[in-house]
Design a protein around this ligand. Structure first.
Ligand SMILES: Nc1ncnc2c1ncn2[C@@H]1O[C@H](COP(=O)(O)OP(=O)(O)OP(=O)(O)O)[C@@H](O)[C@H]1O
Ligand SMILES: [Mg+2]
Length: 328
């Protein structure tokens, strides 16, 4: 078990390039499940790879369990990493795949047995131990990849989009599997994803990155209710927060409102904030109504419980719950 600390860590790949990561400072507690999320190219993998020792920071310091590891090779860091494109050894059975790293390290045989057995049980792989990877489903292979990390009993697990090759249903199942694993092992886990739903459902704390910089660090609910800036507001939430520019709801500031904090009412009263319904997304338990504000290019999305009889082209008044708004 170990805490991970990054102090003013920056990485520039080649001279003249914009830094991939700038001035990243964060303490990750022992046993925490931390998620790094942000759009493609924002520096998530670079950050994780620096913790792993696969990239050396251009400046700054990284420590694991209080020990400065900034320049240590991956093998001396007591970490295990699971990637999106994990490669199992195709000619080895599941059991051999799970044992391989331990054999290389000359771990005693009965200790290998014990660890492989425990990991296989935790991941429900018991009945597949003699199979080759080609005879497994994608989700089962992913579990073997996880198992190979678990048997090493590292103090820090690093995940880089480990579920992105799976179908939607399998992703949800594996997500739960990883959360259970975290509960059971209590190890520090750093998990990279570009999927904000994955981030919100898995992270104890979430780091939102953009352009190589931390935009906000917070637990999921705080991120949702009190986004630090318009980038976070527009990134977290499906659909994201509505951003009303100055002049629509406030003369001087941008107003953020979650879709559930907007009501729509049929109206053509020009003294109200009018909009025209563009399209409707019925989702069963709720309906998303997309509307375009009158005389502007700005759009608003309202989340309505159950169903609605509003249709494309209907004139509506937008009724914001200003007690729930965020001012930027
Ligand atoms: N080996 C490399 N050499 C040069 N530039 C790189 C290298 N790896 C990444 N970059 C650049 O650094 C920036 C951050 O990349 P990084 O892979 O960390 O992003 P990411 O957030 O993981 O994105 P994605 O969600 O697409 O995986 C990008 O602009 C990328 O082009
Ligand atoms: Mg990446």
């Amino acid at each position: 078990m170990a805490e991970v600390a990054l102090e003013n860590v920056s990485k520039t790949y080649s001279k003249g390039d914009r830094p991939a990561v700038s001035d990243f400072t964060l303490n990750i507690s022992d046993g925490e499940f931390l998620v790094l999320v942000g759009p493609s190219g924002c520096g998530k993998s670079t950050t994780l790879r620096m913790v792993a020792g696969l990239e050396i920071p251009s400046s700054g310091r990284i420590s694991i369990g209080g020990r400065d590891v900034t320049r240590l090779p991956p093998k001396d860091r007591d970490i295990a990493m699971v990637f999106q494109n994990y490669a199992l050894y195709p000619h080895m059975t599941v059991k051999e795949n799970l044992s391989f790293a331990l054999k290389l390290r000359k771990t005693p045989k009965d200790e290998i047995e014990r660890r492989v057995e425990t990991a296989a049980r935790a991941l429900g792989l018991g009945e597949y131990m003699k199979r080759l990877p080609k005879a497994l489903s994608g989700g089962q292979r992913q579990r073997v990849a996880l198992g190979r990390a678990i048997v090493r009993e590292p103090s820090v697990f690093l995940f880089d989009e480990p579920l992105s090759n799976l179908d939607a249903k399998m992703r949800v199942e594996m997500r739960a599997e990883i959360i259970r694993l975290h509960n059971r092992l209590g190890a520090t886990m750093i998990y990279v994803t570009h999927d904000q739903t994955e981030a919100m459902t898995m992270g104890e704390r979430i780091v939102v990155m953009d352009g190589g910089r931390i935009q906000q660090v917070a637990p999921p609910l705080e991120l949702y209710e009190r986004p630090a800036n318009t980038f976070v507001a527009g990134f977290i939430g499906t659909p994201p927060m509505n951003l009303f520019p100055p002049g629509t709801l406030s003369p001087t500031s941008v107003i953020g409102l979650r879709p559930e904090h907007i009501r729509l009412e049929r109206s053509s009263d020009s003294s109200r904030l009018l909009a025209t319904v563009d399209f409707i997304e019925p989702l069963g338990s709720e309906t998303l109504v997309h509307a375009v504000l009158a005389k502007t290019p700005f759009r608003a999305v309202a989340r309505i419980p159950g169903f609605t009889d509003l249709r494309h082209g209907d004139a509506v008044a937008v009724i914001p719950d200003m007690s729930r708004c965020t001012e930027f």
